[in-house]
Design a protein around this ligand. Structure first.
Ligand SMILES: Cc1ncc(COP(=O)(O)O)c(C=O)c1O
Length: 346
């Protein structure tokens, strides 16, 4: 992050109300229509998408074997190249290095940003046109390169850059330049992705998840809220082999289970907001789980307080209210509202 343009280091950027993890289903401030309409009867096209779609991010992270927080979803890699040049290069000062003949967008983005362009041509060898890594390092060091684009496999030459050479370049330029490995054609490569070089960072991110679990336990009262916290207790997080999100098991009492069940989607959102990404894909309830959190063996200090069980007739009535709405989120909200109103009356 120290390589980021100094004038942007303290810049928080744009944050929509949605990315601030506020609760809400309809964003009138974003001019989203609250109701279905003839042009969109199913009501599926009238919402802004998630800024960084968490399910997609988790799936891509599984595919590339990195942590979800290491994935930035964009509109094609051209956008990523443009963002990198804009974020790291001050016009007229920080140079972009590219290895022609190569994909032209690096030079285009440098030009648009007013960043100097350094060109280190591919060299002809028996193996074809390959990147001259020694010259890349030498030129980048001499000429204040801030971004070094290595295209592997190369467009158009098709040659690959050995991971050892990527590491050598990154080490030589540490603290000076960011080495970007463009693997747009990785599917045609015979070697592992440069993302595998981030393995130790993936491990750190996983440790970060451990911290998130601890945070989940110690902040359960705020996460679950005053209604659910006293009657629920997180007891286990299990990770599926496929890596598509974990399952959180909550302990609750039999009489409270229907009320808790109704609130699970909202609770899952709040749990994931605590993790910072869609870490938990499912929450299940148990009435018999032993105490103690399996992951990290963290002690759980918040014992469930016995609570007056809601009247089964009210629960049934609230469910009936919810069933009148086809949108599941709205159905859940309406059922909860009915439950609150009816409980207050009794
Ligand atoms: C090496 C390389 N990187 C990036 C891109 C841009 O890909 P996208 O279509 O994802 O923006 C291309 C497209 O031709 C490319 O050849």
């Amino acid at each position: 992050m120290a390589l980021l343009r100094p004038d942007l280091q303290a810049f928080a950027g744009y944050s929509s109300a949605r990315s601030a993890a506020l609760n809400g289903e309809v964003w009138l401030n974003a001019n989203e229509l609250a109701w279905a309409n003839p042009a969109d009867a199913a009501g599926t096209s009238r919402r802004y998408p998630e800024p960084q779609p968490s399910a997609l991010r988790a799936a891509l992270a599984g595919l590339y074997r990195v942590a979800p927080e290491q994935v930035l979803v964009g509109r094609g890699s051209d956008e990523a190249i443009d963002l990198l040049v804009r974020a790291f290069c001050r016009p007229g000062i920080d140079a972009v290095l590219a290895t022609p003949p190569v994909f032209g967008m690096y030079a285009v983005c440098a030009r648009l940003q007013g960043a100097p362009l350094l060109e280190v041509p591919l060299i002809e060898t028996e193996a074809g046109l390959v990147a001259d890594i020694d010259a890349v390092i030498g030129t980048a060091c001499e000429s204040a390169a801030r971004l070094v684009f290595l295209c592997s496999p190369s467009n158009p030459a098709g040659s690959e850059i050995a991971l050892a050479d990527v590491v050598r370049t990154a080490q030589a330029l540490q603290g000076q330049a960011l080495v970007v490995v463009d693997e747009a054609y990785i599917e045609f490569s015979s070697q592992a992705s440069a993302a595998t070089l981030l393995a130790d960072r993936v491990q750190k991110a996983a440790e970060g998840r451990g911290f998130a679990v601890t945070r989940l336990l110690t902040n359960w009262a705020e996460i679950a809220g005053p209604q659910l916290a006293p009657v629920t207790r997180p007891v286990r997080i299990s990770h599926a082999r496929t890596g598509f999100g974990a399952t959180l098991t909550l302990l609750t009492t039999g009489p409270m289970a229907p009320m808790v069940e109704m609130q699970l989607p909202r609770l899952r959102d709040r749990v994931n907001a605590c993790y910072g990404y869609n870490a938990v894909s499912r929450i299940t309830l148990t009435q018999t789980a032993a105490t103690g959190f399996a992951e990290g063996q963290a002690a759980f200090s918040h014992a469930p307080r016995p609570d007056r069980a809601p009247d089964p007739a009210i629960v049934a009535q609230a469910r009936g209210v919810g069933q009148q709405f086809s949108d599941p989120t709205l159905a859940q909200a309406m059922a909860q509202l009915a439950m609150n109103v009816a409980s207050r009356r009794t």
